[in-house]
Design a protein around this ligand. Sequence first.
Ligand SMILES: O=C(CO)COP(=O)(O)O
Length: 245
Amino acid sequence: MQKLAAGNWKMNGTGADLAEIEALAKAHPAPGCEVLICPPTTLIARMAANAPAMLRIGGQDCHPKTAGAHTGDISATMLADAGASHVILGHSERRADHGETDSLIRLKAEAAHAAGLVAVVCVGETEAQRDAGQTLPVIGAQLSGSVPDGATAANTVIAYEPVWAIGTGRTPTTAEIAEVHAFLRARLAERFADASGFRLLYGGSVKPSNAGEIFAVPNVDGALVGGASLKAADFGAIIAALSAA
Ligand SMILES: O=C(CO)COP(=O)(O)O
């Protein structure tokens, strides 16, 4: 399978930051993995208009409906129309800040699939849940609740992002990442015939300095990168590490 280096710019980036994409494409014109950037919605169309061949572009959320009276929301159809091919769904920041539930995320993923987008569905435990020994049950419930029955290896990517590792500089041990990713693969295999083809990303404080060891973990098929995706040099180093893995 083609591995995936995905960057989540979160609420960062204005037109001036499109220069980072140019620099990235110049340094990595033909990477050995798929490369995705999910900028803020305001940049999707501009990024897509000049997108280098090596780059896929995604949104960071979508509404479950196609259109309607939902002030401030964006539909999957609109993301696709703007040039996106992917959308991140159920990020822990949206689960926490907007009260997103597994069932809502599932509806969003169905909308993404209907619009022809790849859904990047995020799961992950809080520190309190890990300390309480609840990591696998929590992730299992999130996976079964938020991934729709129509998911396939082609239209769905799963990102394991422990909440306590996001933006903190802390990461699980490689053994802990291996345990969760093996669990995800096994749980997917209970529902989906093509489970072995699903890309399973790790996310949370991925940097050039730790990317190599994380990409060597079994069942890690790429990364969902926040802070280190904002600068071409850092994200480029992560792309190079994944291409070499
Ligand atoms: O939340 C993340 C990506 O979606 C991870 O963020 P950081 O890489 O900044 O820890």
